[in-house]
Design a protein around this ligand. Structure first.
Ligand SMILES: Cc1cc2nc3c(=O)[nH]c(=O)nc-3n(C[C@H](O)[C@H](O)[C@H](O)COP(=O)(O)OP(=O)(O)OC[C@H]3O[C@@H](n4cnc5c(N)ncnc54)[C@H](O)[C@@H]3O)c2cc1C
Length: 430
């Protein structure tokens, strides 16, 4: 191999790119990873919590060593209006069982740790350089143009995130559709660990994941999220881009109002904002997956649209890890066969089909459309829950009416048939 030709070039040092690079270097391949941020994690954002299963397969027991924040053992889901919050609170130690556990993380530190692992395995990481273009000869991707440099490799892995301009340049996808992506804004709010444990009823290193529908996204498709870290809270909102423009509130304003909601404000009281970030989330699932295999090139992670948001859980990072693993396996096979053609690399698609990545994306393929078609979830249902519970719990000293009548009064505002239809469509899409 010539000095300036690598086995693999990975574009993007997020979770997908770093895991792909790590796995290839571990098998002895010469791998270079180019990241436009000044260090791994500097440009990356998540809610967030990582479901451990896919990384656990690659790095058993990683959570003992990695800078994870808290093991999530409490799940909360809320329907929120401007003055109320109705919450389902699920605590179970089963949520923390190794292999099916999940952890709140902060990408700034987590991605750096992952990058160190990749470097230890032999990956050459070049931070602070953006890949501007791909070198294409006779229909084959032969490398990248990064700043002044041209780097060549047998395979280029695009792990450049949701807005993969390189996949777009290759013609693998068009412009992102506004109803396929959501805009997220997040604050990290510092608080002493003991305060977090008291406010969220957490034991030691255990933590809470909390998703909200309704008020946080101004009644639009999306919601709010809150994750407890060791000594901070990740608090944010996410709203589908096509829906943001229908309303009057900007996403930063939604976050500001969410922070000041009477049910949220006491949770972050006296906290200090230490980081603010914004990012797109690929949310259309199967409908937005671009072409992911070409001659000398594979696409992984968010760049391939591998992410799902089910309202009660968001999963992108475990998909990023698993797709990186499938890509690495495909590259190792291709290297053995010395065939980096699209036809041969198509085994990547096969590996994804066998894994949960494609199977889950297929299972939930109708869910994004269901959310889009059912705006009631984000406005009328939170209002109904608020009105119903207000009537149940507020005592005015007037003669009480039967609960059945109160229930029907509120249900009839939306309509029994509409509720049944929404329920049926929702269940079918899951
Ligand atoms: C608000 C929000 C909440 C979320 N919550 C969760 C959650 O709770 N759980 C979960 O599992 N997932 C969540 N996700 C999704 C998850 O964060 C993503 O799926 C995951 O980060 C994807 O990783 P990635 O490596 O594919 O992409 P990224 O982390 O976006 O990495 C892409 C990298 O490529 C680099 N790059 C881009 N272009 C170039 C270029 N031309 N040259 C060099 N480098 C380049 C970028 O700087 C970046 O480092 C959330 C996302 C958002 C935005």
């Amino acid at each position: 191999m010539s000095e300036d030709k690598f086995d693999a070039i990975v574009v993007g040092g997020g979770i997908a790119g770093t895991v792909a690079a790590y796995l290839l270097a571990k098998e002895g391949l010469e791998v270079i990873l180019v990241e436009r941020g000044n260090y791994a994690g500097s440009k990356n954002m998540t809610g967030g919590r990582i479901y451990s299963h896919s990384l656990e397969k690659i790095m058993p027991d990683f959570a003992r060593e990695a800078p994870v924040e808290r093991r999530i053992t409490r799940e909360k889901i809320s329907l929120m209006t401007d003055e109320s919050n109705v919450t389902l609170d699920f605590y179970s130690s089963k949520l923390g069982v190794q292999g099916s556990d999940s952890y709140s993380i902060l990408r700034g530190v987590f991605d750096q740790w992952l990058a160190e692992k990749a470097e230890e395995a032999g990956v050459q990481i070049i931070p602070g350089i953006r890949v501007d273009d791909l070198i294409i000869r006779e229909g084959k991707v032969c490398g990248v143009v990064a700043g002044e440099d041209e780097l060549e490799a047998n395979i280029t892995i695009l792990a450049d995130g949701v807005n993969s301009l390189l996949a777009q340049k290759l013609g693998f996808r068009g412009e992102l559709a506004a109803h396929h992506v959501a805009v997220g804004a997040k604050e990290i709010i510092e608080l002493p660990p003991q305060v977090i444990e008291d406010r969220f009823n957490c034991n030691g290193n255990e933590g809470t994941a909390w998703l909200f529908a309704g008020y946080p996204s101004d009644g639009r498709v999306g919601g709010g999220f809150l994750y407890t870290n060791k000594s901070s809270i990740s608090l944010g909102v996410v709203t589908t881009l096509s829906d943001v423009i229908k309303g009057n509130k900007t996403v930063p304003q939604m976050l500001e109002d969410f922070k000041h909601h009477p049910a949220v404000q006491p949770l972050i009281k006296d906290g200090k904002m230490i980081e603010y970030s914004g990012h797109l989330v690929p949310e259309a699932g199967l409908a937005m997956i671009p072409k992911i295999v070409g001659n000398g090139v594979l696409v992984v992670g968010d760049a391939a649209g591998f992410c799902i948001n089910l309202g009660y859980m968001v999963r992108g990072m475990d998909f990023a890890v698993a797709s990186a693993e499938c890509a690495a396996k495909a590259v190792l096979k291709a290297k053995e066969a010395q065939d980096f053609s699209e036809g041969y690399l198509h085994c990547y698609q096969g590996l994804l089909e066998q894994s949960f990545v494609m199977q889950d994306l297929k299972r939930y393929k109708d869910f994004p459309h269901f959310l889009e078609e059912t705006p009631r979830i984000f406005n009328e249902y939170p209002k109904m829950a608020d009105d119903l519970l207000t009537d149940m719990f507020v005592v005015k000293g007037e003669p009480a009416q039967p609960l059945r009548k109160t229930l029907m009064q509120h249900v009839s505002k939306i309509g029994v048939l509409n509720i049944a239809k929404d329920g049926w469509k929702g269940v079918r899409s899951l």
